[in-house]
Ligand binder design. Structure first.
Ligand SMILES: Cc1cc2nc3c(=O)[nH]c(=O)nc-3n(C[C@H](O)[C@H](O)[C@H](O)COP(=O)(O)OP(=O)(O)OC[C@H]3O[C@@H](n4cnc5c(N)ncnc54)[C@H](O)[C@@H]3O)c2cc1C
Ligand SMILES: NC(=O)c1ccc[n+]([C@@H]2O[C@H](COP(=O)([O-])OP(=O)(O)OC[C@H]3O[C@@H](n4cnc5c(N)ncnc54)[C@H](OP(=O)(O)O)[C@@H]3O)[C@@H](O)[C@H]2O)c1
Length: 449
């Protein structure tokens, strides 16, 4: 049987887990070419996972092993839809797997949301993690109070990074520009605002516990937010929610420390209705919500009561959103590629994995199972003959030689970036010092050739 060429678009966890599963297929032997819009691989493992969570980033070593496979090639700095069209991919590959994640932010849809000082977590997280698209994001930390909207793990990541002692961050791979800004930061109060109650919070217990363990940070939980939770309600939720309530109850009775402390305040049952300020955010107006049970579960309903909080920074951490790729069927409501079981609906030999398939939820490991499910569908399609090596297929490009995309970063280029970052990190007692602009990344990558 002739070899089978698959293009995987996106070098995050979903792309790498898919590549690993595809490379295990024996008949036919699968060749994987991976295309990534950034000069660097690993997706959100590099640009999303918090810098103070180095153990989680260790999964990139597993991906690096896949990248060494002799039937695998990496083409970084090549964006599908910008540098290459869907049609070009389809005439050169027997199948295409989209693993493009969820790159966009979601809007609150309230007045004042676009004021300077109001940013999406997508941007702020990219900024502190050295994602080259966000290096120049204007982030003013000379303000005292920040508000984080949302009750997921990203909201807790942001609250933690904004309040962690710079002396702890300086041994991480946080972007240098962010470390400087955080070292000079005047922020001493971060309020995390959830629209529903503590029982409905999306964060997980270890991330909540981490807030309580932060040095020099007092976590303010209003006992009144927990007082009405009944044993029956607690019995009806899952173990994560039960443990969250345990931790919140513990935090709520902790004595307020004396002396100077930064504070993280967790507020529930509130939704932003307006951001105000002349020229930049100075105040947020929150609606107090009543919680009602309806067919969709527990929903927040505006009670009409309002609360005004002074603030100079508002971060909306209300979820990521997929971006459409020209020509690829897309569900605009859900922000995902249209598919059934990972097979693109109305597609031509096209498949989807990860956040581009399921939407922006799930931890890194969730994408392994998700990728295997899609690869199983590909294997089934190969077995049934629905998918076969394409007759008249053009040779997959050898971009190193064709000069088709001069800025392409090959595996050696990424390894050169990696070596340079790790070497600068070693000198500073850090895992790496990230190169944070495309120019720096490309210069490092092309120094290898
Ligand atoms: C802020 C944050 C922190 C997180 N922290 C953790 C954590 O601590 N632990 C944990 O287990 N999970 C964590 N997660 C979840 C985890 O990161 C995701 O489950 C996982 O990254 C999703 O994998 P993915 O491959 O679908 O998407 P991504 O990781 O986003 O990868 C998609 C890749 O596709 C590329 N791409 C996009 N469009 C194109 C295109 N048109 N052409 C070429 N390439 C393209 C992108 O540049 C990116 O590299 C976190 C998520 C976020 C947002
Ligand atoms: N350490 C880790 O393991 C880690 C770290 C970061 C991220 N992750 C994972 O990455 C995934 C994405 O995390 P995430 O935090 O972006 O998403 P998430 O878990 O879906 O949380 C989104 C939060 O935003 C709220 N929200 C949505 N729309 C809103 C609106 N219009 N107004 C107010 N609040 C709104 C949601 O409230 P409702 O529930 O009311 O909708 C929810 O609390 C998750 O699976 C997460 O576990 C993991």
């Amino acid at each position: 049987m002739p070899p089978f060429y698959v293009a995987v678009v996106g070098a995050g966890p979903a792309g790498f887990f898919s590549a690993a599963s595809l490379l295990k297929i024996e008949h036919p032997a699968v060749h994987v070419d991976m295309f990534e819009r950034l000069p660097t691989p690993w997706g959100l493992v590099r640009s999303g996972v918090a810098p103070d969570h180095p153990k989680i980033k260790a999964v990139s070593a597993v991906f690096a092993k896949t990248a060494l496979h002799d039937r695998f090639r990496f083409f970084g700095n090549v964006e599908l839809g910008r540098d290459m069209s869907r049609e070009q991919l389809l005439e050169r590959y027997d199948a295409v797997v989209y693993a493009t994640g969820a790159q966009r932010d979601r809007a609150l849809g309230v007045p004042g949301e676009d004021l300077p000082g109001s940013v999406a977590a997508t941007e702020l997280v990219g900024w502190y993690n050295g994602h080259p698209d966000f290096t120049t994001l204007p982030v003013d930390l000379s303000v005292r109070a920040a508000i984080v909207i949302g009750n997921g793990n990203v909201a807790l990541d942001v609250a933690r990074i904004l309040t962690t002692q710079p002396s702890e961050l300086c041994s991480t791979d946080i972007a240098d520009h962010a470390l400087q800004a955080l070292t000079a930061s005047a922020i001493d109060e971060v309020t995390v605002v959830g629209r529903r109650g503590p029982l409905q919070a999306a964060f997980t217990t270890s991330e909540l516990r981490e807030l309580g363990a932060l040095d020099g940070v007092y976590v303010d939980v209003d006992p009144a937010d927990l007082a009405d939770i009944t044993d029956d309600e607690l019995a009806a939720v899952g173990p994560v929610e039960q443990r969250n309530i345990e931790v919140l109850r513990d935090l709520a009775v902790r004595p307020r420390p004396s002396g100077r402390h930064r504070r993280i305040t967790l507020r529930f049952g509130r939704s932003p209705v307006e951001l105000r300020g002349g020229g930049r955010v100075r105040e947020i107006v929150l609606a107090h919500n009543d919680l009602r049970v309806d067919g969709a579960g527990v929903v927040a309903v505006d009670s009409g009561q309002r609360e005004h909080l002074d603030c100079g920074l508002v971060v909306r951490a209300i979820g990521y959103r997929g971006a459409a790729i020209e020509g690829v069927p897309f569900d605009r409501d859900r922000g995902i590629v249209l598919h059934v079981d990972g097979r693109v609906t109305g597609g031509d030999r096209e498949y989807v994995v990860g956040w581009a398939k399921r939407g922006p939820s799930g931890i890194i490991g969730t994408n392994k199972k998700c990728a295997q499910q899609t690869v199983d569908v590909i294997v089934g399609d190969l077995a049934s003959g629905a998918l076969a090596p394409l007759r008249g297929r053009l040779e997959p490009p050898n971009m190193a030689e064709t000069g088709e995309h001069p800025g392409v970063v090959l595996a050696e280029g990424w390894l050169a970036i990696d070596r340079m970052e790790v070497a600068s990190g070693r000198a500073a007692g850090r895992p790496r010092v990230k190169l944070c602009t495309r120019d720096e990344l490309l210069a490092a990558a092309h120094s290898a050739t």
